[in-house]
Write a protein that binds this ligand. Structure first.
Ligand code: GAR
Length: 191
């Protein structure tokens, strides 16, 4: 399974997937390309250090359809079969979603459908929920929407700050995203 990973920033979930492929924890897979919409995304260096090809496709005031078309063409050029959004902070156009039917997944730091959008950990913290978590889900053209693949609960504990809670969620994100990719590869083999 050739995987393409889209990032906009730090790229820690991308690193979790790349390292799991390298260690064999995710078998029968290859990370073919990491694409960022930001030239300064810290994750780009981390991908390069790991020997993964990187591509920057900046938005530069272009229309979403045009930007997405360039990303789709990069993904196709690299033979990508599974697209993993890892902190990629843009909505995908319907054409993008249709180009990879049931083959685009995303990680989000809340128990969706609760707290979609930016700063989900803070949204949950401010709402005072006792349990939040993270979700890996199939992507459609709506924000943090689409059927869940896996979810993991993370309880808020006494003395938590947004930062400590976010750090515990992130730890689970890395584990959950790897598990979800394994699950999708398993489903592909079962078909
Ligand atoms: C992660 O917490 C991810 O769940 C979140 O952005 C962060 C990216 O971190 N994604 C969303 O909020 C999507 N709506 P990373 O670049 O270190 O993986």
């Amino acid at each position: 399974m050739k995987i393409g990973i889209l990032i906009s920033g730090r790229g820690s979930n991308m690193v979790a997937i790349v390292d799991a492929v390298k260690s064999g924890a995710i078998a029968d897979a290859e990370v073919a390309v990491v694409i960022s919409d930001k030239a300064y995304a810290a994750g780009l260096g981390k991908a390069k250090e790991r020997g993964v090809e990187t591509v920057v496709v900046e938005r530069r005031g272009r229309m979403r359809a045009e930007h997405d078309a360039e990303i789709i063409s990069e993904l196709k050029k690299h033979g990508v079969e599974l697209v993993c959004l890892a902190g990629y902070m843009r909505l995908l156009s319907p054409a993008f979603v249709q180009a990879f039917p049931n083959r685009i997944i995303n990680i989000h730091p809340s128990l969706l459908p609760a707290f979609p959008g930016l700063d989900a950990q803070r949204q949950a913290f401010d709402a005072g929920v006792k349990v939040t978590g993270c979700t890996v889900h199939y992507v459609d053209e709506h924000l943090d929407n689409g059927p869940a693949i896996l979810q993991c609960e993370v309880p808020r504990v006494d003395g938590d700050t947004v930062d400590t809670l976010s750090a515990r969620i992130l730890e689970q994100e890395h584990r959950l995203y790897v598990e979800a990719v394994r699950e999708i590869i398993r489903r592909k083999h079962d078909r």
